[in-house]
Design a protein around this ligand. Structure first.
Ligand SMILES: [Zn+2]
Length: 116
């Protein structure tokens, strides 16, 4: 067929693919969503009562060990343990499917309006 349009986007970086169905996504056409996921490890202050119950006298030592271990871990690795960031592209179809159940529950129904 016609091959006249193949040099339409020269110099483009790597193509954007849907993270789910691997469909090729073309920018500027409203064909996809960019999903930015930020995950932060439990940001609450430590539950000292719980630590006392579960670790007893080892709490202090394990904290010192943790500090010791962190000296060997690179700054980036340490950050990765508490903060993760991910960016994926999803075509419109995959996005609507994913958005209905972003946590991937096996039974996608009744999660939000579960009655006690
Ligand atoms: Zn897709």
């Amino acid at each position: 067929m016609s091959q006249g349009e193949q040099s339409e986007t020269p110099g483009d970086e790597s193509p954007i693919l849907c993270a789910r169905c691997l469909r090729l996504l073309k920018p500027g056409r409203g064909e996809f969503f960019v999903v930015q996921i930020e995950a932060v490890a439990d940001p609450s202050p430590p539950d000292l009562d719980w630590y006392e119950e579960h670790n007893h006298d080892s709490t202090r030592r394990s904290y010192e060990e943790l500090v010791e271990q962190l000296k060997d871990v690179s700054e980036q690795e340490a950050k990765d343990q508490v903060f993760r960031r991910l960016e994926i592209s999803l075509c419109n179809d995959c996005f609507s499917t994913w958005f209905e159940n972003p946590a991937g529950n096996r039974d996608g129904d009744d999660v939000d309006n579960r009655e006690i």
